[in-house]
Design a protein around this ligand. Structure first.
Ligand code: FMN
Length: 371
């Protein structure tokens, strides 16, 4: 069984993550983790914090000579911004910001200072998830599975239909500062972000996460909590600000007759082939050998320079929100977190199917199955 926990507040000394259940013998160069941490911090439209922090992982346990040894892997990411905050005796936040966990979290945990809610609810926590996801990606890559993402829409500027193989989309997205594979759309996205910035507003959007090279048979139809579509949805929907998800073109499929949706099979070796992948790589909650294709919708960033209406919980008066340093758009960064969560669920499902306490056993079992 593979599992992970994270700990850490946004302006505490560090974020921590522990992964348990990794096979021994998986090489984990720090750079593999740091590269994804940098991608999460990047993307056009981010706020001031990303200039203060430069996330780097420190391994504390679970590795010998750069490879896993079967024991729990412990990782630490320092919060550089902590130094700027530790001396600060700021007044309590008593004005819940709409779209944040402030109001519900403050009531739930009985916290008068809503800053204490924001400290853990904020997306700073996703740096730890990205580190965990980078480990999962390394495990998947060792058996020929690539997980990647690209941004499809920002603030209503959308890529539209794209006649381009998925692998090419991922490669081009990596060269773009909005993580969009088409430069003309990317240019319009940047303009849209600058418009929102000038208006003191924020934007959301849509990103795609895909996995290539998946073996058939990850997940199961036999029980609700083993269906991989449900598990992936939970993992991706748990990301801050993600409010919608589809597998394959699910909402488009919902408007079409069945004969135009279900991916016809025709003879091929070693197993039948398909001309389309409208199922998004899953049937019956099980991987079917086609690329996994997940689309996620991110709401606009809730913090805006333009004030929003709220209530001061101390006085009961109608007031306006106070602006806190914030991103204008974080859809590119969210796509990296999406990759991390998808990679995690796929790594879990891979180990459930093939087991193996050591990487060579796992790799052999996967290779035998692919034959
Ligand atoms: C990568 C990433 C960066 C984010 N950056 C910000 C930000 O700078 N300011 C902000 O108000 N919300 C930001 N959010 C969104 C909030 O964390 C989120 O909307 C809030 O915690 C409430 O959670 P919910 O939207 O899931 O209900 C970000 C989300 C992600 C995934």
């Amino acid at each position: 069984m593979l599992r992970f926990l994270t700990a850490g507040e946004s302006h505490g000394p560090a974020l921590a993550a522990i992964i348990e259940g990794l096979p021994a013998g998986l090489p984990l160069p720090e750079e593999a983790i740091n590269a994804d941490l940098r991608r999460r911090q990047g993307g056009y439209g981010r706020g001031g914090r990303q200039r203060i922090e430069q996330d780097e992982v420190r391994f504390l346990a679970g590795l010998h000579q750069g490879a896993t040894i079967g024991s729990p892997l412990a990782m630490l990411i320092a919060n550089r911004d902590w130094e700027n905050w530790r001396e600060r005796d700021a007044p309590a936040w008593t004005r819940p910001r709409p779209g944040h966990a402030d109001l519900a979290g403050g009531i739930k945990y009985g916290l008068r200072d809503l800053r204490l809610v924001a400290e853990r609810a904020s997306a700073r926590e996703t740096a730890a998830r990205v580190a965990v996801g980078a480990v999962a990606k390394a495990l998947l890559a060792a058996v020929g599975v690539e997980v990647g993402s690209y941004v499809e829409a920002i603030g209503g500027v959308s890529l539209g239909a794209l006649d381009m193989p998925l692998a090419e989309r991922l490669a081009l997205a990596r060269t773009s500062d909005v993580f969009c594979p088409d430069e003309r759309t990317a240019a319009r996205m940047r303009v849209r972000i600058e418009e929102a910035r000038a208006e003191g507003d924020s934007l959301g959007g849509v990103f795609v996460v895909t996995a290539l090279g998946l073996p058939v048979g990850l997940g199961s139809y036999v029980h609700w909590d083993r269906r991989l579509d449900g598990r992936l949805a939970q993992a991706v929907m748990s990301i801050q600000a993600i409010k919608g998800l589809e597998i394959g073109p699910a909402f488009e499929n919902a408007a079409l007759p069945g004969t135009q949706v279900h991916d016809a099979l025709y003879p091929g070796t070693p197993s039948p082939l398909r001309r389309a992948n409208r199922a998004g790589g899953l049937e019956g909650g099980v991987t079917n050998g086609e690329p996994l294709f997940i689309r996620a919708a991110m709401k606009p960033i809730p913090t805006t320079v333009s004030p929003q209406q709220t209530v001061d919980l101390e006085t009961g008066e109608a007031v306006e929100t106070e602006y806190q340093r914030s991103d204008v758009c974080a859809v590119p960064a969210a796509s990296v977190v999406g990759e991390a969560m998808v990679a995690w669920v796929l790594a879990e499902a891979l180990l459930e199917r093939y087991g193996g306490d050591a990487m060579d056993t796992l790799a052999r079992r996967v290779a035998d199955d692919r034959r």
